[in-house]
Design a protein around this ligand. Structure first.
Ligand SMILES: O=P(O)(O)OC[C@@H](O)[C@@H](O)c1c[nH]c2ccccc12
Length: 268
């Protein structure tokens, strides 16, 4: 059991659902990202998705695309994202980290080198949204060897592929609540609750849901049927909205507090 498995087990005993924020590392800069991570944990976050900024984030909506562009101005890459996890751990953050990256940066680093690095950088989980199915076997084997969980994404249109996708999953299964790209939504794919129940029939590991979740009410709704709820764009938008405060030493703490309060009210 890695740190993330342990966290889910603890939450299950407490009959609690994990709040899993996503943020783009290096938005607006690495130092601020570490301070934001500290605030997210203080706000009640349980597990954190560390997003690696990418120039062609095809599954992302405009909010995360803008965050990637801001982070890429600082040449943030896979390695700096892993180093950020170590910096946050050194700053006393206890929650498990998931490295969220598109496949290309992993290929650029080279699979052998990537898994060597990821093993020594406080990473418990890995999400690669555009990982080709035919290559997922090799990546899963390497992840298992490194002791980290390769977290699969299942969509409401996965239907008969659900069993295949989740059969040997580890960490948790990420149910995508809606079709399309990331971004806050007022409604979700028709039948999303039945979809989540179907996924739960095929796996005994935790099941989390993400895509479009941005309010306390939506978190509460999905917390009734899932072990984890992922919130990305809404938090990234909150970070974006306070960047002017963060960039001024006189209002930096106020900006950090605003992020903390936004996330704290999600869990409620
Ligand atoms: O941003 P949203 O709608 O809250 O969705 C979570 C999402 O940000 C995060 O899990 C994620 C960021 N980029 C992705 C690409 C594909 C799947 C998931 C993601």
């Amino acid at each position: 059991m890695n740190l993330m498995d342990q966290r889910f087990a603890t939450l299950k005993k407490q009959n609690q659902t994990a709040l899993i924020p996503f943020l783009t590392v290096g938005d607006p800069d690495i130092e601020t990202t570490v301070e934001i991570i500290i605030q997210l944990e203080a706000a009640g976050a349980d597990i954190l998705e560390l997003g690696v900024p990418y120039s062609d984030p095809l599954a992302d909506g405009p909010v995360i695309q803008r965050a990637s562009q801001r982070a890429l101005k600082h040449d943030v890459n896979l390695r700096t994202c892993m180093e950020t996890a170590v910096l946050a751990r050194k700053a006393g953050v206890k929650m498990p980290f998931i490295l969220f990256t598109y496949y290309n940066p992993v290929l650029q680093m080279g699979l052998d080198h990537f898994f060597e690095e990821v093993k020594s950088h406080e990473i418990s989980g890995l999400i690669i949204p555009d990982l080709p199915v035919e290559e997922s076997g090799d990546i899963r084997r390497r992840a298992d060897e490194a002791g980290i969980s390769l977290i699969p994404l299942v969509a409401p249109t996965s239907h008969e592929r659900i069993e295949k996708i989740v059969s040997n999953a580890s960490g948790f299964v990420y149910c995508v609540s809606s079709l399309g790209v990331t971004g806050e939504r007022s409604s979700f794919h028709q039948g999303v609750d039945e979809f989540i129940q179907t996924v739960k029939q095929f796996t005994s590991i935790p099941v989390a849901v993400g895509f479009g979740i941005s309010t306390h009410e939506q978190v509460a709704r999905f917390s009734k049927i899932c072990d984890g709820v992922v919130v990305g764009s809404a938090i990234v938008r909150e970070i974006e909205s306070v960047i002017p405060l963060l960039n001024d030493k006189n209002t930096r703490q106020q900006g950090l507090l605003q992020i903390r309060e936004f996330v704290a009210q999600l869990k409620g």
